[in-house]
Ligand binder design. Structure first.
Ligand code: NAP
Length: 472
């Protein structure tokens, strides 16, 4: 029997769809799942009648694969990856390649690349975005590892990934854990945009008293604009239109207001803190999820701490497109991408990943959760200026920022006056205001630090390091 081209470990939500994608693209496959009943169920169900066979154990799985073997692990991140690597390694041969497609921490991937390359196996850490539908139809893929290992999977991933007008949504990201670093930051941006859209919904509901369908209409119109056309805005409209109770009530209003946060949002913020990269909009989104999970405390506090009452203010409803609110949402989305790209640039320099910023924007244009029309502008901005320090000062983006900043400021002011929490919109306003302020009050902070701790300071009027006896 001829050997298969591709092996997949882990028939979960993503794995099932990815193996069907590979098979559809001409790569005969073998699947293995820790719980064998799932393998049987898949082979008798969605995998039936296809060039896909199953294996009950890892030895049989490896034996059924053509060399060099290309094996994608789509399993829970963390120790599960190390334990599968340990179990499968005795059966692998020089040149075989393991790919971790899960959401692994990029430093774990750094370690695994080194360990496996030492044994002469290839190891690729590949972020994959697109959810179950993307996995089946074409996700965005972010593979990192050695260039030689990438070349061994290039034909496979180029066919499996989403395709946009300027190519497949996959490229060689860089060495070591760079693929998982880029996927982590992608997820940080995703957290932020989801929270921004939730804040916009909250304002339309609480300030304007709009129904789910009316709010959905606004998202539909926004999705037709260059600035906001995106997968997340599109699905927000669908979520808001979905009904419960025989088509009468909005299902979204029945959902518990507690959002989970898995590793990647936290890792984005931790990396940013370590690298000294400002990501306040992304951090605000992570924190908003943490606050949301404290449901019982919030209910109690609501009865103890009274805030201002809701006061109506102009979200731009008069011109029928919520123009001020749109300004706010647009700038917060810009800030999320700007902060994410800046984190990538700083991380690339620190870890020597040599990330190609226009290529990263390009592979996010299709297949992934943060795909948007804006990514074309982001790609152009970094192509025109590869060393661009912040997206917001690119000519096209800065024009937009200048035009929309008053709208963002008025929405934040109105929300604050009504006591409505707007973590991402508020953080974005502070971020932009800080970034565009040539002189910040940190002169006083420096004075205090020197006063109590002799930390010294620099002066604006002369060179050197200074210390003053501030008291006496
Ligand atoms: P899932 O549906 O929860 O499936 C988890 C898979 O991991 C199952 O096949 C499970 O096998 C296997 N597994 C768990 N622990 C294992 C262990 N110790 N040894 C061997 N196998 C083990 O997961 P998923 O949603 O497909 O996600 C897989 C990976 O992709 C995760 O890292 C996830 O973060 C990432 N990811 C998910 C999405 C998404 O939208 N779902 C998108 C991008 C990336 P059993 O059947 O035996 O339990």
């Amino acid at each position: 029997m001829s050997k298969a081209h591709f092996g997949l470990i882990g028939l979960g939500v993503m794995g099932e769809n990815l193996v069907l994608n590979a098979e559809r693209n001409g790569f005969s496959s073998v699947v293995y799942n820790r719980t064998y009943s799932k393998t049987e169920e898949f082979l008798n169900g969605r995998g039936a009648g296809k060039q896909i066979s199953g294996a009950r154990d890892l030895k049989d799985f490896v034996n059924k694969l053509d060399r060099p073997r290309r094996i994608l692990m789509m399993i829970k991140a963390g120790s599960a990856i190390d334990s599968v690597i340990e179990s499968i390694s005795p059966y692998l041969e020089v040149g075989d390649l393991l790919i971790d497609g899960g959401n692994s921490e990029f430093r774990d991937t750094e370690r695994r690349v080194l360990e496996l390359e030492r044994k002469s196996f290839g190891f690729i850490g590949m972020g994959i975005s697109g959810g179950s539908k993307g996995a089946l139809e074409g996700p965005s893929m972010m593979p990192g590892g050695t260039k030689t290992s990438y070349e061994a999977i290039e034909s496979l991933v180029c066919k499996m990934s989403a395709q946009v007008e300027d190519g497949p949504c996959v490229t060689y990201i860089g060495p070591g854990g760079s693929g998982h670093f880029v996927k982590t930051v992608h997820n940080g941006i995703e957290y932020a945009i989801e929270q921004i859209l939730a804040e916009a919904y909250d304002l339309m509901k609480r300030i304007c008293g709009m129904s789910g369908d009316e709010i959905a209409d606004v998202f539909r119109r926004w999705n037709a604009t260059e600035q906001l056309s995106s997968y997340l805005v599109e699905i927000t409209e669908s979520c808001l239109r979905t009904k419960d109770c025989g088509g009468k009530e909005d299902l979204v209003e029945k959902i518990m207001d507690k959002a989970g946060q898995k590793g990647t949002g936290l890792w984005t913020v931790l990396s940013a803190l370590e690298l000294g990269a400002p990501v306040p909009t992304i951090y605000a989104a992570l924190n908003a999820r943490v606050m949301s999970s404290m449901k019982e405390q919030r209910i109690l506090a609501q009865q103890i701490i009274s805030g201002p009452s809701i006061k109506s203010f102009d979200l731009g409803k008069t011109d029928n497109d919520m123009s001020f609110l749109m300004d706010a949402v647009v700038l917060a989305c810009f800030a999320s991408y700007a902060q994410g790209m800046e984190l990538l640039r700083i991380g690339s320099n620190e870890y020597n990943y040599k990330l190609n910023m226009p290529s990263i924007a390009q592979i996010w244009k299709g297949g992934c959760i943060i795909r948007s029309q804006l990514l074309g502008r982001i790609q152009n901005a970094y192509s025109a200026c590869p060393e661009l320090q912040n997206l917001l000062v690119d000519p096209w983006f800065s024009l937009e920022v200048n035009r929309r900043l008053p709208g963002l400021a008025s929405v934040v002011a109105g929300g604050v006056a009504s006591g409505i929490p707007l973590p991402c919109l508020t953080s974005t306003l502070d971020y932009i205001n800080s970034y565009r302020t040539g002189r910040l009050p940190q002169n006083l902070v420096q004075a205090m630090r020197d006063c109590f701790g002799s930390h010294t300071y620099q002066r604006v009027d002369k060179e050197g390091i200074f210390h003053t006896n501030w008291i006496d």
